[in-house]
Design a protein around this ligand. Sequence first.
Ligand code: FEO
Length: 162
Amino acid sequence: MIKKEIAKMLNEQINKELHSGYLYLEFANYYESKNLPGFAKWFVAQSNEEMEHAMKMRTFLINAGEKVTFSPIADTEKDFTDVKGPLVAALKHEQFITQSIYAIYEKALELKDYFSAHFLQWFIDEQAEEEASAQSNIDKLDMIGSSGSGLYMLDREMGSRD
Ligand code: FEO
């Protein structure tokens, strides 16, 4: 039902989504250590979303009769010099994931695997949202500066994410 090459790329993408979740949990660890529980909560929620992305792909492949296998999860960036560091790293990471999704989508169109291409459209929309929210976090921090009462307020706002 779906092209083998696309199934392989999607299987690799599952690893990237799981790695994203692992990365964001590490960012949450960093913010816990900086006594910013709101930032930490935001990244835990983001990590959970990445797990959902991985599961969506896993279910798609299994329903299409494909075998899913997992590979080791790569290590994560964890040494940051300031509060902004993980926010910038998160935006860069999402831009990387967007390119990865585009590559699968382009290959699906090239191989006329329209079923997979249609499935990937949800992820294309999702990536636009994820890049926008990663950029918005950076913009807010730039606006308030990384210290004092502004940071306290931003931490409260980040912590209001479900
Ligand atoms: Fe699943 Fe944040 O991309």
